[in-house]
Design a protein around this ligand. Structure first.
Ligand SMILES: Nc1ncnc2c1ncn2[C@@H]1O[C@H](COP(=O)(O)OP(=O)(O)O)[C@@H](O)[C@H]1O
Ligand SMILES: [Mg+2]
Length: 516
């Protein structure tokens, strides 16, 4: 039975974009229902309408047979709809319990009854096996735990229908496995889950039905077991994506970066990067695998000049980077796609165009004689917007108006067109739709073939094994394996190196550094 129907929902934003166009979407009670579509397809908007965060311009919502009209999320919560957002909304200084009960605290005689509150939250966390330290301030929680708190928060407020907007985009593979167990347990208890994701394999694993959105419209709702990953992706992008990358063997040349016995300790003297040695050569893609928190972020920060190493040595293009800033490394031919695109990647208050050309100020193709040419800039930006499938009104649109995936595309488009010799890419396709991810993958291989060196960090093992010519696995701040024959390694083997179950011999690991 349908617990929920959204009929003929349309939503137009101020910029004239039809985010939703006559969408008909229905969900059965007790199912896990996937909502998929490219970035900008209108998924988040539809869910915001369902949660009372956005008012539709037309259409009707029916919950358990009764038409409803939401003025705010409070109205949606009152009838049992809860939402876990893409960006968490916890108060950092408050404890888990306080965050969960915020605004819905049980009252004693004029005071908030903290004991009862804690007990209720504890019961919930036990019932749903969401194990969290309830007294910990939210600021101290890992991302995966914050998400659990958000889920608890929704359950505490009485949600029976739970909306999760791209919950796995921020999770490690292990955390994702855990989340799926919890979502399946919720389903067993009769809850209904709406799950937004780009990852087709996850959708196949977890969901009962899948609805596909494309350009604001809902184009199909089908039983998940009736469709293959390929079929889902064709419905999403309206064409076929094989998921395979055509790539010839690498022809590596000289070392572009040499990392020798690099070490770094954090404030508590914990060795986070503990003697790492490898090199990246021109014409190859070197992947870094590792469970989040095993030193990869810090290592990249050191290679890009954002963090100083304590000891060891890093050379880029033949000279030490010991005292160099990221800006001078960029001038010397490094380009960098940071995983934290919001703070490091873009100026959100500027237009797409200005972001795209911000690093191309020395590029002759945007000049007419000695002067910057507005028309050449516009032409170049329009081409990048179309190549990289950036969904926007025009290239003059402010970046803050874009969805997260589209912001990522702006960063990638800018970094891929710099004529760099070395590209450092962290999670380059995280949160991006299959169509754009395919384009980015092919582009990385193309850049490699033109002689660029690529250092790729990705939590997506599929992406890593598809693209990389060799893989370095980091565990506990050290290299636990160097895989030269990537096509022969299984994800299970990689997982063992990632978790420290296995470690290669020192001489095998030593091969990660190439002497010319
Ligand atoms: N607050 C907003 N103002 C203007 N346009 C928006 C806003 N939110 C989303 N959009 C636009 O609406 C379209 C659908 O966005 P969204 O629902 O976020 O897509 P999805 O979640 O599928 O990536 C996109 O073109 C996006 O740029
Ligand atoms: Mg979205």
């Amino acid at each position: 039975m349908d617990i929920l129907q959204m009929n003929e929902i349309s939503k137009v934003y101020g910029n004239g974009i039809y985010a939703n166009r006559r969408v008909n979407f229905s969900v059965c009670e007790g199912e896990i229902h996937a909502l998929v579509g490219e970035n900008g397809a209108g998924k988040s908007t539809l869910m915001k309408v369902l949660f009372g965060l956005e008012k539709p311009d037309s259409g009707q919502i029916i919950v358990k047979g009764t038409p409803v009209s939401f003025q705010s999320p409070q109205d949606a919560m009152a009838i049992g709809i809860g939402m876990v957002h893409q960006h968490f909304m916890l108060v950092p200084s408050l404890s888990v319990t306080e965050n969960v009960t915020l605004g819905f605290e049980p009252m004693g005689k004029a005071f908030i009854d903290r004991k009862t509150a804690r007990k209720k939250v504890q019961e919930l966390s036990d019932t749903f096996d969401l194990k969290i330290d309830l007294d910990m301030p939210a600021s101290k929680l890992a991302v995966g735990i914050k998400q659990k708190v958000e889920i608890l928060k929704a359950l505490y407020r009485g949600a029976r229908i739970l909306i999760l907007d791209e919950p796995t985009a921020v999770l490690t593979p292990q955390e994702t496995v855990e989340l799926f167990i919890q979502l399946k347990a919720l389903k067993e208890k009769g809850f209904t889950v709406i799950f937004i994701s780009h990852k087709l394999r996850e959708i196949k694993q977890l969901t009962d039905r899948v609805s596909v959105m494309r350009r604001g419209e809902l184009v199909a709702s089908v039983n998940t077991e009736d469709v293959s990953e390929e079929e889902i992706s064709s419905m999403m992008i309206g064409g076929g994506y094989s998921g395979h990358i055509v790539k010839s063997p690498a022809v590596p040349k000289e070392n572009l970066v040499e990392i020798k016995d690099v070490k770094w300790k954090d404030r508590n003297s914990v060795p986070v990067v503990n003697g790492v040695t490898f090199s990246v050569r021109a014409g190859e893609i070197v992947g870094i695998a590792g469970v989040e928190g095993n030193g990869q972020d810090e290592l990249i920060e050191m290679i890009t000049g954002l963090k100083r190493y304590d000891s060891g040595e890093i050379q880029m293009f033949g000279s030490s980077i010991k005292n160099e800033e990221i800006s001078s490394l960029r001038e010397r031919g490094m380009s960098y796609i940071p995983s934290d695109r919001m703070t490091l990647g873009v100026a959100t208050s500027m237009s797409i165009e200005n972001n795209l050309i911000s690093t191309k100020i020395n590029d002759p193709s945007i000049y007419s004689g000695k002067l910057l040419s507005a028309s050449k800039i516009a032409q170049l930006s329009a081409k990048l917007v179309s190549d990289f499938r950036i969904k926007c009104g025009s290239s003059k649109t402010e970046v803050s108006m874009l969805s997260g995936g589209n912001i990522q595309k702006v960063v990638v488009a800018r970094e891929f067109t710099q004529n760099a010799r070395l590209i450092i890419a962290e999670q380059p396709t995280r949160g991006i739709d299959v169509g754009a991810a395919e384009f980015i993958h092919n582009k990385l291989v193309e850049l490699r073939d033109s002689g660029c060196g690529v250092l790729l960090v990705s939590a997506d093992l599929d992406e890593l094994t598809k693209l990389s010519d060799s893989i370095i696995v980091l565990h506990n701040g050290q290299i636990s394996a160097y895989i030269e024959n990537v096509s022969a390694v299984s994800e299970i083997e990689l997982g063992h190196y990632m978790l420290g179950v296995n470690k290669q011999s020192a001489s095998d690991i030593g091969r990660a550094y190439h002497t010319k």
